[in-house]
Design a protein around this ligand. Structure first.
Ligand code: KG4
Ligand code: ZN
Length: 348
């Protein structure tokens, strides 16, 4: 159908410069330039380095996306961009670029929430979102449980991490185990050869008292410290560290808490559809455990393919296309780059 809105989406909240082109519910092309290699030796994303990399990558990435999608910039019906949350300087590059593009093309501009975009991306993968959907978003920057009655304007936070994000815990544990950055994929791979019951690591915020005060919140900092202590004790005793077993036991603790709380949130809110997004959604154990527990609870599970779980422009374009399709008012041209944009604010 050609009357569906053609939207160009720009994402620069962290270290990926993403430009996606979506027509309605169809992804035409998703171009991503990552600066992750430039951060590897620091063991984490360096904001200044990320901002500069966005500046250099922006124009070539827009050109690549439009060329590969087979469209001209003039054909675009609207421009969408991540307004927040994220790294302030990095967001600024995307927001300024999107404004310039919208003004030059004379097209409406939508500044959107990064977390809402992580939810909306699954529309181009698995079709329209059931309303409501429950979303578990787990990445290097966020860990949230969201109730989503309408991804274009009604998102409610049920809980989030009170310290480290899930992906951050994977990255820190990988470092303790001598694995490269970003550590998630390496821990995942190492864990396949390991015994997940080797060490009974703590499940954060699951005690009876915590389930009253922090029912749908997460905490991974205590777990990360427990892993570090365990490894240090081994090394002090001059014993070899069983990397695969530690990785598997750590991963089991993280995925156990994430899936347990997600399924409980579905049940208590009468929601039958769970969506998992963010970089950690690529984790093989998380996917398997979520599938098992959803099957047991009569819940349908949706997980976008790994390339759409990590930060990208298609997610922003997909949310933008929903905004246009539902007749939402465009953002003003002075829309901010808001590093701490609340999740309940879908559009800036
Ligand atoms: O969504 P994303 O690309 O960027 C952020 O917004 O943070 O997520 C990156 C995070 C990193 O912490 C990385 O270690 C983690 O996702 N990650 C994984 C896996 N693949 C990526 N964590 C666990 N298992 C994986 N297979
Ligand atoms: Zn993200």
């Amino acid at each position: 159908m050609t009357d569906q809105p053609l939207v160009l989406g720009i994402e620069t909240s962290c270290d990926e410069t993403g430009v996606g082109i979506v027509r309605g519910e169809t992804l035409l092309f998703d171009a991503v330039a990552s600066s992750v290699d430039e951060h590897a030796r620091f063991g984490g994303v360096v904001p200044e380095v990320a901002s500069r990399a966005h500046l250099e990558a922006m124009v070539p990435t827009i050109e690549r996306a439009t060329r590969e999608a087979g469209i001209r910039l003039e054909d675009v019906d609207a421009v969408a961009v991540t307004s927040g949350p994220g790294l302030a300087g990095a967001l600024l590059v995307g927001v300024a670029s999107a404004k310039a593009l919208a003004v030059a093309l004379g097209k409406p501009l939508y500044g959107v929430n990064h977390l809402a975009a992580h939810v909306a991306v699954d529309i181009v993968e698995h079709g329209p979102l059931p309303e409501p959907t429950l979303a578990l978003l787990v990445s290097g920057g966020h860990s949230s449980l969201l109730l989503v009655p309408d991804v274009t304007h009604d998102i409610r936070s049920l809980g989030s991490t009170i310290d480290d994000a899930a992906g951050e815990a994977f990255d820190k544990v990988a470092r303790v185990l001598g694995l490269p950055f970003p550590g998630g994929p390496y821990v995942d791979r190492a864990a396949r050869e390991g015994d997940a019951a080797y060490i009974d690591f703590p499940r954060g915020l699951t005690s009876r008292r915590d389930m009253e005060r922090h029912r749908f919140d997460f905490s991974f900092s205590g777990l990360k410290t427990a892993v570090a202590r365990w490894v240090e004790a081994r090394e002090r005793d001059g014993q070899p560290v069983p990397v695969a077993d530690v990785a598997a036991s750590f991963q089991e603790a993280v995925t156990d808490v994430l899936t347990r709380k997600a399924v409980l949130a579905c049940r208590e809110n009468g929601v039958e559809d769970l969506l998992i997004g963010g970089g950690v959604a690529a984790n093989s154990r998380l996917r398997a455990m979520a599938q098992e527990r959803c099957d047991a609870g009569g819940i349908r599970l949706r997980v976008p393919r790994p390339g759409l779980c990590t930060d990208n422009g298609a997610m922003v374009a997909s949310l933008g296309a929903q905004m246009v399709a539902r007749g939402r008012t465009p953002s003003l041209l002075d829309l901010p780059a808001d590093s701490s944009m609340p999740v309940a604010l879908v559009q800036a």
